[in-house]
Design a protein around this ligand. Structure first.
Ligand code: HSE
Length: 371
């Protein structure tokens, strides 16, 4: 397999290093804005050179963001080249279009590293969805918020201090919005739900609450009840409707989710005949993420890969009305808890948000947690 690697940041450089150990793949070209004399392959800043090169059969996109990543990936697929990416933002925003391009041009498109970092989550999910009916996917899908919430719970830090520490460690970005507001979790959830249920959800339809309303006081109150905050995405099929949302979630100390430290992820799927399967590991970082990118390349090189993990991607209206959960909501006036339909709970959160002087806190109680 002859690969062109687009981008040489954290994921790209770690991928380059890992690929050198494999006989089945060769990085023949790197797309980089600046010269990289240390690399022993072609380095170019001209993508057209790559897309026109008949020797290149696979493009690894490690640029991130929407543009120029989308234009490059679409052009590579149109040229019949396989594409491997870790870019969840790109995959979510252009899901149908990219799957169709891969089908149309007889190319393979893989993005295992886009959800779960180094965990073979999407491939395992696809394997199960092929033979069993998946009823739900749920988990801690973001390493940065797991680190922040863990530092608040275990070290007693406030939100701002914990975020600063995550930034110092290079986990959180200078602008941490995508992580702390739950957007990164939502993208990974949408990719997971699409695969699990053979649908195509719109990212912006999925209600999403991040962790910025969780302070020292909330963590202390939760801890006193033996509960731990995590940011969790959940999608399920209820009465034929697909429900999905991202929000802070409280787990009892007995739940494995409560014990995830650092940038770890823990993601579970529930299916009719197999039951529950859980996957845990490093959800972020150069080598874990690059390993999943490499695994996708090796799978394609071995042959027998279909265009995407699934060919089902029916357009789907998200509907949270049939799903129910145990909820906890702190408003200006009270702390309310109880079992409620999910759509109703999010609507009530939005109305308190519009009328209260403080932004309310909404959290799901999971794993048998009681307030
Ligand atoms: N910002 C992401 C996280 C990186 O913290 O999980 C991996 O997708």
């Amino acid at each position: 397999m002859k690969i062109a690697l687009l981008g040489f940041g954290t994921v790209g450089s770690h991928f380059y290093e890992l690929a050198r150990e494999q006989d089945a793949v060769t990085v023949a070209a790197v797309l980089s804005r600046r010269p990289r004399p240390e690399l022993s392959c072609t380095v170019t800043s001209d993508f057209d050179e790559i897309v026109r090169d008949p020797e290149i059969d696979t493009v690894v996109e490690a640029i991130g963001g929407l543009e120029p990543a989308f234009s490059y990936v679409a052009a590579a697929l149109r040229a019949g080249k396989n594409v491997v990416t870790a870019n969840k933002q790109l995959m979510c925003a252009h899901y149908d279009e990219l799957l169709e391009l891969a089908h149309e041009h007889d190319a393979c498109l893989r993005c295992t590293a886009a959800a779960g970092g180094g965990i073979p989550w999407l491939t395992s999910l696809a394997r199960t969805a092929e033979m069993d009916e998946v009823s739900a996917v749920e988990g801690i899908l973001n390493g940065t918020t797991n680190y922040i919430l863990n530092a608040m719970t275990e070290d007693g830090l406030g939100y701002a201090e914990a975020l600063e520490k995550a930034q110092e460690l290079g986990l959180a970005e200078k602008d941490p919005t995508a992580d702390v507001e739950g957007l990164d979790t939502r993208r990974k959830l949408v990719l997971s739900a699409n695969l699990a249920f053979g649908v195509s959800l719109r990212e912006e339809d999925v209600p999403c609450i991040g962790i910025t309303q969780i302070g020292k006081r909330e963590v202390r109150l939760a801890k006193a009840r033996g509960l731990t905050f995590k940011l969790v995405g959940r999608a399920e099929r209820v009465n034929g409707k697909i429900s999905a949302y991202v929000c802070p979630t409280l787990y009892p100390d007995s739940a494995p989710e409560a014990h995830m430290t650092g940038a770890e992820n823990l993601i579970s799927l529930y299916s009719e005949r197999i039951g529950k399967q859980s996957f845990t590991g490093e959800g972020a970082g150069g080598f874990p993420t690059a390993s999943n990118v490499l695994a996708d390349c090796l799978a394609i090189a071995r042959g027998g890969c279909s265009a995407y993990y699934t060919d089902k991607h029916a357009p789907c209206e998200l509907d949270n009305s049939a799903a129910e959960a145990e909820w906890l909501m702190r408003t200006d006036a009270a702390i309310l808890s109880g079992r409620k339909p999910t759509a109703e709970q999010f609507a009530s959160y939005e109305s308190y948000k519009a009328s209260d002087s403080n932004v309310p806190l909404l959290a799901r109680l999971a794993g048998g947690a009681k307030w």
